[in-house]
Design a binder for this molecule. Structure first.
Ligand code: SAM
Length: 266
């Protein structure tokens, strides 16, 4: 593997921080070099330091920056991750009054979280009016989310009856994969949105927001700013789920904890 000088590491992590708000520390040097290498090779520039110089000079095409952000974000996710939230959602959605029910998977990555929510809503709200919106910074994962095609092992925590009712098991060239049913895909929409910037104005007000396993990457101020921006989109009494490893205490936010990683606007 080619090397990345400390100067180029600082340049590229500053660029990435400016766009995403995520600060990658020195312990990520090898990881960053590894992920940059493929981008550099694809762009025809084999020297990593020269590649970084081109990116930071402003002469690189805009898509090159998008590819950098895609490559440096951590997109790991799977269906029914942290299952307690889905059990909680099933209870809430089942008990909520009839009418529109909207859920946002903010930082949805490749869509497994949004489709897990949709399976729960299909069960608890049936064919009534409900919708799920997924957003993410990375265009690559948003495109993957729209396809709804996944390796089967991402669904290992999915309750088997839900898997059977809402997903199709691939055969032939699709063996080992699952496709989310068309009915479910039609209820879930995905778009690119950066949580560090003002949110799209046409996002509706939400009954529930999932903001999980993304805050962990931000410094305190950015984390607090993101949560404030996101909870402005909650309906009164709406609920916010965060990842179980992500603490919101000490941030002075107008939220009250209902259970671990379950919050309601105070
Ligand atoms: C580890 S995944 C979490 C996926 C899912 N929420 C879960 O819990 O499994 C983190 C996602 O946050 C996204 N992300 C990082 N910074 C972001 C930002 N500033 N705005 C929107 N999404 C961001 C990444 O692209 C990535 O897909």
């Amino acid at each position: 593997m080619k090397t990345l000088s400390p100067r180029s590491f600082a340049t590229v992590t500053d660029l990435f921080h400016r766009v995403s708000g995520i600060r990658l520390g020195p312990q990520k040097q090898a990881l960053v070099a590894g992920r940059l290498q493929k981008l550099a090779d694809e762009s025809g520039e084999r020297d990593l330091d020269r590649y970084v110089e081109r990116l930071s000079s402003g002469h690189a095409p805009a898509e090159e920056m998008t590819r950098l952000v895609d490559r440096l974000t951590t997109n790991e996710t799977y269906f029914f991750r942290e299952p307690q939230h889905f059990e909680d959602l099933a209870r809430r959605a089942g008990a909520a009054p009839a009418g529109e029910y909207t859920v946002w998977s903010a930082a949805s990555s490749s869509g497994e979280e949004a489709y897990s929510i949709a399976m729960v809503l299909a069960e608890s709200r049936g064919s009534t009016h409900w919708q799920v919106i997924g957003t993410d910074l990375s265009t690559t994962v948003v495109d993957a989310a729209r396809r709804g095609l996944y390796p089967l092992d991402r669904a290992r925590l999915t309750p088997p009856p839900l898997l059977k009712r809402h997903c199709l098991k691939g055969t032939g060239e699709y063996a080992g994969q699952l496709l989310v049913s068309r009915e479910l895909r039609e209820r879930v929409s995905f778009r690119v949105a950066n949580l560090m910037q003002p949110l799209p104005k046409d996002l509706p007000a939400f009954d529930v927001i999932f903001l999980r396993n993304v805050l962990i990457y931000f410094e305190t101020d950015a984390k607090a700013a993101i949560v404030r921006r996101v909870i402005e989109r909650l309906k009164p009494g709406g609920v916010l789920y965060t990842g179980h490893a992500e603490s919101l205490s000490m941030l002075g936010l107008p939220l009250r904890a209902l259970a671990p990683a379950v919050h309601v606007a105070a």
